[in-house]
Design a protein around this ligand. Structure first.
Ligand code: ADP
Length: 542
């Protein structure tokens, strides 16, 4: 017997409609590259998004057509998010900080027909003018520019496109399984791959994001996404905040601590999310002046790369700010897990929970985990054994765009994350490495991340990376590459001494090399692939 309930497709446009209709008082504040602040509401965003949809339709943009953006967290970008997906085209957000070659490759692969560009990012486009994809019909400027760029395609202005429309537009009733957005992985371990989200997956993912053990969003929140809107849909914040009618503060490209702190205070931000680098810099800046205190401590979420414990501890103990540690991937929309207490550890005090918060946590409903070792057997949940994390769920990719038969997908329908994890008795995962970065010595695995975390405890170490180097007998042995703190000169022996007694003897790195800096990817992650390339011909002493 079938249920007798109504059926409505889960559409991205319905999120915006809800916010504009039922949360007219919620504000949307936007800061541009020059620091100018624009104030408006979700209703204004809806009006702009509808006018943009009208303009795109007038230009003949059809269903499924890819429309790219190279932009920061601004209201114009938010209008593009909803206008493009809402009218049935596919929003393709591109990271302006990628290398020009990668941007050119991504635009070619996606076959975008329009490219929306924040004026401050225009040099990135002119740099690849000769490599723009043949599919590209126009570049749309998202704000005023001093001089119009010379480009081999039509150059339009978003403002003029919107001004020509009246906003009297009904969102089309699309099939919820149609694509709404396209995002490429940041390419930390290889060439970027496209992940194609659907309207359905996006709405379900937003519904999970607002849950109490994830972002805990409400209509009273003032949400400031510091994580960029080009980085996996800013972790769903543009959608999840509309779903609950939260106010939104879009900080633009200026993410220095002083600018962010000003927004936290003046806009009364209650929630923000970003990568560890952002919160590390903010903490250092706060500490520099005793007067720098939050009038109302916000809730923070951190993810994207491992969380430095001293930062969580500093925010909590010195500023009363609690940080939730989240794990995710482009392929998972991105939210996969959060480390929030359960019944079993609800009464742990901070001293006990803080070290535990280094773990990446447990999945929310809609995401399922499986961890298998090299033989394909599921590992015991003892917090020690490790294997590769596999995921399936309502917002997990089932295939890559333009790449059928990618080995990341198993025959029985799981996505292989490439992250190597342990699982403890409470079901919390802890990433011990990426499958491509584990050091395989004599057929056994050494976790590079464990070595790095331990070495960071040395007072003279600023950054550290453990990478495999070739060894005639063991195949691979660990080499530690270290950036010293300014003004210090530790010996290799002193560095290695912090590992003694904390790891199995055969995990001990064979050598330590000092460098001035470590290579980072465009999303600020340690770029191990490049570091390994630099040390490709390294010979171990003896
Ligand atoms: P890329 O894989 O190219 O870096 P993503 O931005 O999708 O692209 O990054 C996903 C990866 O980032 C995960 O597979 C994981 O290795 C890492 N990651 C994400 N969140 C965390 C976290 N909280 N702790 C440690 N690593 C994380």
């Amino acid at each position: 017997m079938r249920g007798l309930m109504q059926e409505h497709p889960l559409l991205v446009s319905s999120l915006l409609e809800h916010a504009a209709k039922h949360h007219a008082g919620a504000k949307v504040v936007s800061v541009d590259a020059a620091g100018a602040v624009t104030r408006g509401t979700w209703r204004d965003v809806a009006h702009d998004a509808k006018r943009l949809a009208q303009a795109l339709a007038r230009r003949g943009v059809g269903p499924g057509e890819r429309i790219a953006t190279l932009a920061w967290n601004t209201r114009a970008h938010l209008a593009a998010y909803y206008g493009i997906s809402g009218m049935g085209a596919v929003l393709h957000t591109v990271n302006p900080r990628l290398f020009p070659d990668q941007i050119a490759y991504i635009l070619q692969d996606a076959e975008d027909t329009h490219l929306f560009v924040d004026p401050s990012v225009l040099p990135v486009v002119t740099a690849i003018a000769d490599r723009l994809p043949p599919s590209l019909r126009a570049v749309v400027l998202m704000g005023p520019v001093e001089a119009r760029p010379a480009l081999p395609v039509e150059v339009l202005e978003m403002e003029a496109l919107l001004a020509a429309e009246d906003g009297a537009y009904e969102w089309p009733v699309l099939d919820e399984h149609e694509a709404s957005a396209l995002c490429y992985t940041s390419g930390t371990t290889g060439m970027p791959k496209g992940v194609l989200y659907s309207h359905r997956s996006t709405v379900l993912h937003a519904m999970a994001a607002i849950a109490p053990d994830v972002f805990a969003f409400s209509a009273r929140d003032v949400v400031m996404p510091v994580v960029p809107m080009f980085h996996v849909n800013a972790w769903s914040i543009p959608y999840a905040s509309a779903m609950v009618g939260a106010s939104l503060v879009l900080p633009g490209p200026r993410l220095d601590p002083a600018s962010l702190f000003k927004l936290f205070e003046e806009e009364r931000v209650t929630f923000s999310a970003g990568v560890p680098t952002i919160w590390t810099m903010l903490l250092q800046w706060l500490r520099a002046e005793p007067a720098r205190r939050f009038a109302r401590p916000p809730r923070l979420v951190v993810g994207g790369t491992a969380l430095p414990l001293p930062v969580t501890e500093g925010f909590l103990k010195e500023y009363g700010v609690s940080i939730v540690h989240a794990w995710g991937m482009t392929e998972i929309s991105p939210l996969g897990s959060t480390n929030v207490r359960k019944a079993e550890n609800a009464d742990w005090d901070d001293e006990r929970f803080l070290p535990y918060s280094r773990k990446q946590g447990r999945p929310q409903f809609g995401v399922d985990f499986r961890v298998r070792d090299a033989e394909g057997n599921e590992i015991p949940h003892d917090g020690v054994a490790f294997g590769e994390l596999e995921v399936r769920g309502h917002w997990t990719a089932g295939a890559y765009f333009n790449r059928p038969d990618d080995p990341a997908f198993t025959e029985d329908g799981w996505f292989r994350t490439g992250d190597v994890v342990t699982v403890d008795e409470l079901g919390s995962i802890e990433i011990v490495d990426r499958a491509k970065d584990v050091i395989k010595s004599g057929g056994e695995w050494i976790s590079s991340i464990t070595l790095e975390n331990l070495v960071l405890a040395h007072p003279d170490v600023q950054l550290a990376a453990a990478i495999p180097v070739h060894h005639p007998k063991w195949d691979e042995r660990p080499l530690l590459v270290v950036v010293r703190k300014p003004g210090t000169d530790p010996s290799p022996e002193s560095i290695l001494s912090v590992l003694e007694g904390k790891i199995a003897k055969w995990w001990m790195p064979d050598a330590v090399e000092f460098v001035d800096s470590l290579p980072l990817t465009a999303t600020g992650k340690l770029w191990k692939a490049e570091l390994k390339r630099q040390f490709k011909d390294y010979r171990l002493p003896g």
